[in-house]
Structures are given as structure tokens and as C-alpha cells.
Design a protein around this ligand. Structure first.
Ligand code: PDD
Length: 286
């Protein structure tokens, strides 16, 4: 496997991380996951824009322009002969003697490499189960930070319960999943949490809302309660790796006869079509 380390594409076995890297010691950095379809990264520009935003929010300045980084990532995809899978990218603040405060002159460390293809088509067809958990994270969930400790804890809880995702509840309100955004449908209207400091503004979420706009489908961006979730007609999540994923059971309660509901299906199909169209258009342009 070839990996990108600070602008250079090298073999995985040659890639080294310093033990005093602040990403390693403090989780002091940001990351992204991009999906690759037939060698084409989907919504790459949007992911890179969010990466720069996250970096900026924690005071990491990158010397490379977003376009340059996109070009390097395209080279990385080519160097690995990637067809389907993902790209993982992370930026840490840099390497220094361990102290909480940092020197503004540190050189950010950027690492990117391929992630194996995850087949979610069966889960997408049948739907998945979720559990709920209290949202005990910090109040800057809009930053895609390397600090994922609580997300990991609740994902593990879901996994041990035989579920796919933990849906997080803060003060009675459904915020998002441990690694996804959450949507409910009630009486034909889609609801999802506003993109504020309490959630990560998912690229998949944004794309789906654009698709809703383009089709003139109604939705409301507004917080909803756990009891609205439990009384919803349909529930689904979105994320880069899951796309539109139906949720058919939450805490043992089933939705739409334990099958993906008609609205979820419609959105799932519309999303797939956009993925196909956008990855195809880019191929033709290239
Ligand atoms: N997770 N919310 C959280 C907390 C996430 O970690 C993610 C993505 C999302 C969905 O964002 P997007 O649609 O841009 O993937 C929402 C990634 C995939 C991960 O950590 O692996």
C-alpha cells in the first residue's frame, strides 16, 4: 500500500509517526473519510473544505492549498490502483516536547491512505438496528476532531448489543449517531438536527438535503425529542461509508414493520443516482 505523508507518496512500511506527534499524544488534530467509487472520490472538494474548516477552528494553518491537496490525493488513489474503498486523511498539529500548550510554529503532519471497501449493500437493503445513548461529548461536535473517545465508547456499546449504531441524546434531544447523522420521517416530513455545534455537519447529510431541494421534497431542519424518534414512521442515518442507511429498530422498538420504509427507500435511491451521476461525470471529464 502507498501512503501520503507530508506531501510524499511512500510505501506503508516506510511511513513513520513520531512518538511526540501531538495527534498521537493528545488527539490534537482533525480528520476526514472520503468514499471512492470506481476510482473517483465522491464529494472530495466538500470533504477537503470541511477538513480545512476543522483545522482552522483549532488553529492549525496548512501551507498547502486545498486544490494542491486534492491533486495529491488523486495521485494517491492512482498509485494504489484504487477502485472502491475509502481514503482516510488526518492532520495533526505537529511534533513537539509534550506540553498542553503549543508553539504556533509547529509543522502540521498530514497522513492519508486507502481504506478497504466496506460492503454495506446488504445492510442498506435490510436496514440496521440502533440503540440510544446519552450524548456526553464536548460542545464542539462540528469539528471533525481526532478525539473520538466517547464516539468509540458508544459505538462499542452498540456493537456489543448487536446493533449498528448508537443514537445520541442530549437533554432529551436527538443530536446524531456516534459516526453518522440521524433523520426521522413523521407524516411524510423529514426531520433532522440543525448543523450547529452539537453535530458534525455531514457531507452525506448536506448532499441529501440538496437532493431534497432539487426534488421539491419537504423537510424540516429542527431538533426533535427522543420520544419523536421512538414514534417516528421511519428512521435512517447517513454517513460517507453508509450513505442512506435505514434503521428498522431502536432500543428493541421496530419501525415500518421492521423493513426500510418507502420514504427512506426513495431517498436512498435518489442518493445512489447522484453518486452514480457525479462519479461518472468526473470520469468523463478526466
Ligand atoms: N464519520 N457525525 C459524526 C460524529 C461522524 O463521525 C460522521 C462521519 C458523520 C457523517 O458525516 P459524513 O456524511 O460527512 O461522513 C456524522 C466518519 C465516516 C468516520 O468517522 O468514519
Amino acid at each position: 500500500m502507498k501512503v501520503l505523508v507530508n506531501g510524499e507518496i511512500i510505501n506503508r512500511s516506510e511511513a513513520k509517526v513520531d512518538i511526540e506527534d501531538r495527534g498521537y499524544q493528545f488527539g490534537d488534530g482533525v480528520y476526514e473519510v472520503v468514499n471512492i467509487y470506481e476510482g473517483i472520490p465522491f464529494t472530495l472538494k466538500e470533504h477537503i473544505a470541511r477538513l480545512y474548516r476543522s483545522a482552522n477552528e483549532i488553529g492549525i494553518q496548512l501551507s498547502e492549498q486545498p486544490e494542491q491537496l486534492c491533486n495529491r490525493l488523486m495521485e494517491l488513489i492512482e498509485a494504489n490502483n484504487m477502485t472502491n474503498g475509502g481514503l482516510y486523511l488526518q492532520i495533526s498539529r505537529g511534533v513537539s516536547n509534550r506540553s498542553h500548550h503549543y508553539d504556533q510554529t509547529l509543522t502540521p503532519q498530514l497522513v492519508a491512505y486507502p481504506l478497504p471497501f466496506k460492503n454495506v449493500s446488504d445492510a442498506q437493503a435490510k436496514g440496521v438496528e440502533a440503540i440510544t445513548a446519552e450524548d456526553l461529548r464536548w460542545l464542539r461536535c462540528d469539528i471533525k476532531s481526532l478525539n473520538l473517545l466517547y464516539n468509540i465508547m458508544v459505538k462499542q456499546k452498540a456493537s456489543e448489543a448487536g446493533a449498528f449504531e448508537s443514537i445520541l441524546i442530549r437533554d432529551g434531544i436527538v443530536t446524531e449517531g456516534s459516526s453518522s447523522n440521524i433523520f426521522i420521517i413523521k407524516d411524510g416530513i423529514l426531520l433532522t438536527h440543525p448543523a450547529n455545534n452539537l453535530i458534525l455537519n455531514g457531507i452525506t447529510r448536506t448532499k441529501l438535503l440538496e437532493i431534497m431541494d432539487a426534488n421539491g421534497w419537504d423537510y424540516k431542519i429542527q431538533p426533535f425529542q427522543k420520544e419523536d424518534l421512538m414514534k417516528a414512521d421511519e428512521v435512517f442515518l447517513t454517513s460517507t461509508t453508509s450513505e442512506v442507511m435505514p434503521i428498522i429498530k431502536v432500543d428493541g422498538v421496530t419501525f415500518s414493520q421492521a423493513k426500510p420504509g418507502p420514504f427512506t427507500r426513495k431517498f436512498q435511491t435518489a442518493f445512489r443516482e447522484v453518486v452514480k451521476a457525479e462519479t461518472k461525470t468526473t470520469t468523463e471529464k478526466a
